[in-house]
Design a protein around this ligand. Sequence first.
Ligand code: HSE
Length: 442
Amino acid sequence: MSQQVNLGMIGGGTVGSGVYHALSRNRALMESRLGIRLNWVGVAVKEIDEPRPYPIPRSLLTTDWTQVVNDPQVNIVIELVGGTTIAKTMVLAALKLGKPVITANKALLSAHGEELFAAAQKYGANLYYEASVCGGIPIIKALREGFVGNRITHLYGIVNGTCNYILSRMQHEGAEFEDVLREAQRLGYAEADPSLDIDGHDARHKIGILASLAHGFWVRPEDIYVEGIRQVTQADIRFAAQLGYTIKLLGIIKTVPGRGKAGEGGARIQVAVHPTLVPHRHVLASVNDVFNAVFVRGDVVGDTLFYGRGAGKDATASAVLSDIADAALEIKHGTRHRIPPFVPHANGSSVVPMDHTMSRYYLRLSVVDRPGVLARISSILGQANIGIMSVIQPEAHEGQTVPLILMIHDAPNAAMRKALAKIGRLTVVKAPPVMFRVETFD
Ligand code: HSE
């Protein structure tokens, strides 16, 4: 084993110390698989003595990140600090020196991916990001390499463990959203300000990265339709179950019919994150607790499924080790001629506005139980050419407010949104209508 590759890391907290620990544990295995010696040169941290789950030798630590990036001995820079400001400066500084960079930072890629990959190209260095999406699941590598010969027609992801934990417990224990959220916070799954998870922003970051990689153009976060899970109630979970569905927060990326931007060809891609009714029989309905899963359909391979832990120091470390291997091989062979981490290649493709997409819907209305109510609602839907597939209304006394559940046939999102606004204004409708999309995976 002649070649040595030197590593520098910025960030020595939960994930950083996890990477240090995992590499110490499996260094001999990795080194023999790669034929490369992997050597730590420095680790930049916020504070030398901050608490960390696994120790890092003091002799490696510095509080000056520039020392790590600029050290001529450091061949690969691993950025694990998070955030989108200083992290961007760090990544750009390393790329400018032509050093391959590894990041776990989904928020950074979501906000600045296009610019960072352009910089990587300009300075002849690769930017690796396996750990940024679904922690330990090697989904980036699968899309980049395993499916290089496929068009990715559909990708459905349960990519936020906190939301999946909350929805699973609501389903299996009959608990209400707020109670499970408090429990998730107590267990450390959800942040004290849980908005990043439960309002779908974290899932948006991840789905945007997967959509960009799968479709070869950088998908901007503002083009991704997002709804979180705050609106999902125990009643919805029960009614959905009665109808044969499980509610999951799904990230959805699918090619929809039609052509991309005028004159340029290309594809039209739907990219969205929202609570979704998944048929009980579909494999994603069985993905529970904090686990993540990504279901990918390629035009050659057909349907595939990836499952695993989407977060946590060890799962994330596993992804960083995989990137270290790729970057180290680049250095060993003095070439970047493997399949690159991201190359724009889809001129004219675009994200379709949500209003222009079609879906089936689940609708929950709170209505006064009175003759003619259903007729008025179905008349509004009928005028918009929207068909009702099935109806549930629990027995009640006339004049009481009752839930009315409607399953709606495929309809354009814009038409559904407008019809719902009209329905919401009826005096017999006593609360804002609740609407979730239904996925059939056809
Ligand atoms: N908060 C995320 C989740 C993990 O719950 O899946 C980090 O992306």
